[in-house]
Write a protein that binds this ligand. Structure first.
Ligand code: URA
Length: 258
């Protein structure tokens, strides 16, 4: 899948998007890469190009509101505003298969941010992170260190469910991670708890094993970050719960001292 992504994705997009939507996405990318200034080829030079004949007359009216929206999420100043701006995201194919955009939940000014991998079926259904079996275990883990879910902020690397809960693809993570960066910027947590290797390796930009990552304080852009097992992994391997318990006790110690 990884090796044939670019061409497969292009073909896929052509089957599900109209010419006009492809144009909008192209212009959005240009804005993200080069900013608001665009260099337009004089009309007389492109009047014979095939694509021009397919652009509808109404294109400007349809395109401009979307283009101005594309550049506004980066400058939002609250989580609600950010969610409002990005919840209709179609930047990767998961936008076509999701039921819900799972933004995040909890205290918008939490000292602790808990970051998982991606929504599963229950989260996709309800639009909230960690509400399925793994989520119920996460709630118990937090309660064990005397934290309620609404005291921390919970979200994921990806905001949309990968089909069949497969691991996120690199291009999905690349598209979605800037939303997480913005969430972190807005919440300003003192501590981050990364749940599972996907979250940890994505945040810390490494390929270290869980054994190497646990029990250490990592630095994520100046924020102290701990890594522990994903609750779904704990459901499959209950013998790791003891280790996870040590990790969250360490988190509590750091929290109390902060
Ligand atoms: N697994 C995750 O990583 N996140 C969720 O929200 C649910 C399950």
């Amino acid at each position: 899948m990884e090796s044939c992504q670019p061409i497969a994705l292009n073909r896929y997009l052509r089957t599900v998007l109209s010419q006009q939507e492809i144009l909008v996405r192209y212009l959005q990318q240009q804005i993200q890469m080069y900013g608001q200034e665009m260099y337009v080829v004089p009309a007389e030079l492109i009047v014979k190009a095939d694509v021009r004949q397919e652009i509808p007359q109404s294109v400007e009216a349809d395109v401009m509101p979307i283009l101005s929206k594309a550049s506004t999420w980066q400058s939002t100043t609250s989580l609600e505003a950010l969610q409002q701006e990005i919840h209709t995201c179609m930047e990767c194919p998961l936008g076509f298969t999701r039921n819900s955009f799972v933004f995040g939940s909890g205290n918008p000014h939490a000292d602790i941010m808990v970051i998982g991998e991606a929504p599963g079926a229950d989260e996709d259904e309800q639009g909230l992170p960690f509400v399925g079996r793994a989520g119920q275990l996460l709630t118990k883990i937090l309660e064990a260190i005397e934290l309620r879910r609404d005291e921390v902020y919970i979200c994921n690397i990806l905001k949309c469910r990968p089909p069949n809960n497969r691991k996120p693809l690199a291009m999905e993570t690349d598209q979605c991670e800037p939303y997480l960066w913005k969430q972190i910027e807005l919440v300003k947590p003192k501590l981050i708890l990364a749940l599972g290797l996907t979250a940890a390796n994505t945040l810390l930009k490494n390929k270290e094993s869980m054994t190497n990552l646990r029990g250490k304080i990592h630095d994520y852009q100046g924020i102290r970050t701990l890594v522990t097992y994903h609750p779904a992994a704990l459901l499959r391997n209950p013998e790791w719960k003891k280790l996870a318990w040590e990790d969250v006790k360490f988190l509590r110690t750091l929290y109390d001292a902060s």
